[in-house]
Design a protein around this ligand. Structure first.
Ligand code: NAD
Ligand code: UDP
Length: 331
């Protein structure tokens, strides 16, 4: 049993991490400012005596006695991280300094949730960890991309200078139930559009590619990485099956039986043209690879959104989401 802190624990991925860590018998502290996370994601854990929730913004210091930190706090959807780009940088820089500073003080092991965005619009394909990336430092995505790159830098500098026990995972596009209705990322957008009979919004021609990892697979990889000895990373965690956005749209339409039509919208600036992880290192060091293929994961995610859309009063959420779409926020 360990005392584990999950920053961003009320978010999409963080909530699954909290769940798994509690199931394993750990004492879990979930820390979140609820910018994109929600209490609904963790409500089922609230009665568990091994689970604790703290509303806190990581840009401010906090001191907790813990053994492990899964550092996941940061908005991940372009719509949300571009909403207040300076705050996104603060979360990644000041927030990460605060969290690693705490790890240093209490001698906790620290895992940084980094991203495939550190590779930018990659010119090497698929992307191995040794690739340094191709990132625009002054574009709309830079607050997130460069923020996460500095967070990796901080992680390594605290390790070299202060001997903090650190790990870095680079997460590729991850999806699944509990993505927010207004998340704005492609999988939830397409599914909600298909289920509600709206046009499927493809940005650009739809030939750009992504590789989609189901959340259970990702969480398994993160847990293995945290407990791996003598391996700092960075390590890519993602599903190496690559799809164009057109292929994704067609698959979602087929699986939902929707009559939605495809509508093309302008391609956002700096939108990476291709992305696919080389996961040889994760296979070798963590004996990890994704088990859930796209259609199976989409099936589970569609069932989730179907349920949410039919049982919950989602009007306000959807209105906000449609407003963001029609005003091209994040587009
Ligand atoms: P998410 O937006 O659902 O979760 C982020 C959580 O962090 C939310 O609960 C939010 O409220 C919280 N948060 C944001 N800023 C905070 C702050 N200043 N203080 C405290 N809490 C704060 O996103 P997610 O998809 O679950 O992503 C989680 C992490 O994984 C992020 O660090 C993201 O960069 C990384 N990641 C995710 C993906 C993906 O495809 N889902 C890909 C690459 C990296
Ligand atoms: N995208 C799209 N329609 C949408 C949302 C996203 O075509 O409604 C595209 C987006 O332009 C990008 C890809 O889907 O090429 C993945 O976008 P997402 O925001 O999910 O994540 P990213 O990998 O870009 O951070």
């Amino acid at each position: 049993m360990k005392r584990v802190l999950v920053t961003g624990g009320a978010g999409f991925i963080g909530s699954y991490l909290c769940e798994r860590l509690v199931e394993q018998g750990n004492e879990v502290i979930c820390l979140d400012n609820f910018f994109t996370g929600s209490k609904e994601n963790i409500i089922h854990l609230m009665d568990n005596h091994r689970f604790e929730l703290i509303r806190h913004d990581i840009t401010l210091p906090i001191y907790l006695e813990i053994d492990r930190i899964f550092h996941f706090a940061c908005p991940a959807s372009p719509v949300h991280y571009q909403y207040n780009p300076v705050k996104t940088v603060k979360t990644n820089v000041m927030g990460t300094i605060n969290m690693i500073g705490m790890a240093k003080r209490v001698k906790a092991r620290f895992l940084q949730a980094s991203t495939s965005e550190v590779y930018g619009d990659p010119q090497v394909h698929p992307q191995p960890e040794s690739y340094w990336g191709h990132v625009n430092p002054i574009g709309l995505r830079s607050c997130y991309d460069e923020g996460k790159r500095v967070a990796e830098t901080l992680t390594m500098d605290y390790h070299r200078k202060d001997k903090v026990d650190v790990k870095i995972i680079r997460i590729f596009n991850t999806y699944g139930p509990r993505m927010a209705l207004n998340d704005g990322r492609v999988v939830s957008n397409f599914i909600i559009q298909a289920l509600t009979g709206q046009d499927i919004t493809i940005y650009g021609e739809g030939r750009q590619t992504r590789s989609f990892c189901y959340v259970d697979d990702l969480v398994e990889g993160a847990l293995r990485m945290m407990e791996a000895e003598n391996f700092i990373g960075p390590v890519n965690l993602g599903n190496p099956e690559e799809f164009t956005m057109l292929e994704l749209a067609e698959t979602v339409i087929r699986l939902t039986g929707s009559r939605s039509q495809i509508r093309h919208l302008p391609l956002p600036a700096d939108d990476p043209t291709q992305r696919c992880p080389d996961i040889a290192l994760a296979r070798e060091k963590l004996d990890w690879q994704p088990a859930i293929r796209l259609e199976e994961g989409l099936g589970r995610t569609i069932a989730y959104f179907d349920e949410v859309l039919s049982t919950k009063d989602v009007l306000d959420d959807l209105k906000r989401w449609e407003y963001l779409q029609s005003n091209g926020v994040g587009v």
